[in-house]
Every structure is written in C-alpha cells, then in structure tokens.
Design a protein around this ligand. Structure first.
Ligand code: PLP
Length: 409
C-alpha cells in the first residue's frame, strides 16, 4: 500500500458523490458532455485569494502567474481577484489581452523571448522583465523602432535560493535573469537609453511549503533589492516583484504553508524599509497556490482487471492531461497525488488498487497501490490539485488522445 496525497480542504460529498460548486461529479460530467474533464471552482478561487489577502500586509500586491492555468474563463475570473498578471510567452500575452486585462498590470518574464513577442508586448504597454543584456538591447531597439518608450524591468538571478523549493530558479548558474553583480550596469544602460525603468524582479523558486524558508528568502530579496538600488545610484526603486514560491500540499506528509507567519514577517520588514524601498510598489507572483487546489480532474473507469494479484482500475484519462500527477513533471520519486473515487466519495477504503490511464505506457499511472473504496466500470475517479499545470502542461496529443474538457463552476 502507498499513501495518497491529502485531499485539499473544502471538498465534500453530496448524495455520496464528490461535489464541486454544488454539483455532484456525475452532474458535472453531464454538464460538460463527458470525461475526461477538468472542473475549476470559482468559490475556491475566491476563498483562496481572500485567505491570502487576510494574511499579507495590505501594501503587498498579489499577481497571478498565468502559466499555472491559462484557460480563458480562469484568466477572466482571476481578473477580478489579482492585482497583476505575469506572463511567460507571446501566447500568454494574447490570452491576457483577450481577457481584457489592462496591459499596465502585466509583466512578461521568461528566457528566449522572440523579437515578435517583444514587439507585441512593447506595443501593448506590458512591462518586460529582461532576462539578459542582449534581450535588453533588442527591447530598446524595438522601442526605438516603434517610437514607444518601453517599460523595462530587470530579472535578477540572485546568489541565494529558496530553501526546500520544488523547483529552484535562482542561485548559481541559471538560464533565468541577470547575475546580480551585473545588474547595476545593465540598469544604468536601460535608464540612459530613455526607457521607462520599472524596477527589479527576483524569483528564487517554486513549490515551497516551509514558511520560515519563504520568509527568510523574502528578507534576502528585500536586502538584495536595497543593495542593488544603492549600487545603481538612480534614486528609489520604482517596483519590486519579490517572486513567489508558496506551494500546495501534493503528497502524503505535506502540510499547508503557514501564511500567517509569512504575513507577520513581511509586515515587520515593511515597517522598517530602507529609503531605497520606502515607496517601492511591492508584489509577489503566485501560480499554483492561487489555482491548484481549486481544480479537480475527473475521468471514468473503463476497465477493472487483476494482474498477478494486483487490481488495476483503467480510466479514460491519464498523463496526457495530468502529467504531474503521473509523476513525470519534475519529480524524482513518483508519489501519489490526492485521488478519490468521486462517485463513492463517502465510502471507506476497502481495497488496494492502482489507477492507470488509457495510454500504452507504464508511465501512465494516476495512483500506485492506493487504498480505495471498491470501484467498478462506470465509476468516476477524481485527481485533486489539478487546477495548476494540468491541462496546459500535459502532452494532450500523445497517442492522438486530444485535450480534456474544462469547466468553471
Ligand atoms: C512558474 C513561475 C511562477 C509560478 O510558479 P508557481 O509555483 O505556480 O507559483 C511565478 N513566477 C515565475 C517567474 C515563474 O516562472
């Protein structure tokens, strides 16, 4: 037997079935017209943001990192919740503009920005978080050609990392950002070009659950921003994107991040900011924390079989929609995501079974040797924590399967 991850708070049974937004799993499948299906809950998106805002100092703006879930209705819903939007491609630029988001609230990070992407972003008035000196020169040249004063910020590759983060994105050699010691010269060059300097972006990592580590890193980010601003010598820092990192529990033993601790530490720091940062606009950028737990992936059991004494529940879903849950998206050791039999959500677990997808590869496993209620063909399986890096971060075309349905309720 292998443990399942913890089901996020807020999911309950109705008529013995998992219910989301007041609808049972079967009702949701009927609404969407079939399985496999991602369901996202407006109410959970709202309550997550409310919980975060209650814990954080008012001064801290909260940005949504669109790559976690770029589905149009989700972006539109987040428009009413987030203070800003961080994008990482020209495709995401189109999506935020299509959703009617004010371009002045959007920043564009990510390595390998093509000229056409820079062109579109500068023309729209989006802030570019520059990843290198060469990218800065291209952005400046495009601004001159378009006769637009580009809004430019510099993404810093700091010399420290976020302890315990699932994905380290700072510290040492990285394809992201400009090494901290080269930032002052680059910023002076940007200012001298006449561009609209928008400040610094310091992103150190993702998916951390240790509030102490997150608070410590945020302190280091503020210290580094102060130091760089003094070295730049061009007055106070206009804006600082402090990065993100707040994760969600995916696996057995994981616990939710202590938001109150992070909020209290930030409030302490904000009360004693140096001159350089006293009037700086401060934000954090979060993806999975805002949307991950609000999403559930539903698929249907199409076969039940026993091989060498082990029970397999074979579904019509799989890693082509849920690469992360299958353990093939940045994990070293495969562990079970939170998963349940959605149509028997109130039943006690009575048997050990593995839940697999419909792809002809041993990688396609949604739960390995999990204790579950007895399930039959036609029952629905729910994979939780599916609101982020699900539909858009999985190889939907693998084996000619095609995309899952999506529903916002
Ligand atoms: C991916 C990414 C995020 C979002 O990460 P989450 O773990 O989903 O919160 C935020 N900022 C940048 C720069 C990123 O690349």
């Amino acid at each position: 037997m292998k443990p399942l991850g913890p089901i996020p708070a807020g999911y309950a049974a109705r008529d013995g079935q998992l219910a989301i937004g007041g609808f049972t799993a079967r009702e949701l499948v009927a609404q969407a017209g079939g399985t496999p299906l991602f369901v996202y809950s407006r109410q959970m998106l709202d309550s997550r943001m409310a919980e975060l805002r209650a814990a954080m100092p008012e001064r801290l703006a909260i940005h949504y990192a669109v790559k976690a879930n770029p589905w149009h209705p989700v972006i539109e819903h987040m428009k009413g919740l987030a203070d800003g939007f961080d994008i990482a491609s020209g495709g995401e630029l189109t999506k935020v503009l299509d959703a009617g988001i004010d371009p002045s609230l959007v920043s564009f990070a990510g390595p390998g920005k093509r000229d056409a992407e820079l062109d579109a972003a500068i023309a729209a008035g989006v802030t570019i978080n520059l990843e290198s000196a060469a990218e800065a020169e291209r952005a400046i040249a495009i601004g001159e050609r378009l006769e637009i004063r580009p809004r430019l910020a510099v993404r810093v590759n700091p010399d420290f990392e976020l302890r315990g983060s699932g994905m380290k994105m700072g510290g040492g050699a990285k394809p992201f950002g400009v090494d901290a010691d080269r930032v002052p010269d680059l910023v002076r060059r940007i200012v001298a070009s006449g561009a609209d300097w928008q400040g610094l972006h310091i992103f150190t990592g993702s998916q951390a659950l240790d509030a102490e580590a997150i608070a410590e890193t945020q302190g280091n980010v503020l210290d580094l921003a102060d130091q760089l601003t003094r070295e730049i010598g061009h007055g106070p820092l206009p804006k600082l994107n402090m990065g993100g990192g707040i994760g969600i529990p995916y696996f057995s033993g994981d616990t939710p991040v202590d938001l109150a601790l992070i909020g209290a530490r930030l409030a302490e720091r904000f009360a004693h900011l140096p001159e350089t940062l006293a009037h700086t606009r401060l934000c954090i950028e979060l993806g999975r924390f805002l949307v991950g737990e609000a999403g559930v992936y539903l698929c249907e059991i199409v076969d039940r079989k026993v091989s060498h004494g082990e029970t397999y529940l074979v579904t019509d879903g799989g890693l082509h929609h849920q690469l992360a849950a299958s353990g093939n998206f940045g994990t070293v050791v495969r562990r079970n995501y939170p998963l349940a039999i959605a149509t028997r959500f109130a039943d006690e677990p009575t048997e050990e079974a593995s839940v697999v997808g419909c792809l002809c590869t041993p990688l396609d496993r949604l739960a390995d040797k999990a204790m579950l209620p007895h399930a039959e063909v036609g029952d629905l399986v729910a994979v939780f924590c599916a609101g982020a890096y699900g539909a858009s971060a999985s190889p939907a075309n693998f084996l000619g399967q095609g995309p899952a349905r999506e529903l916002l309720v």
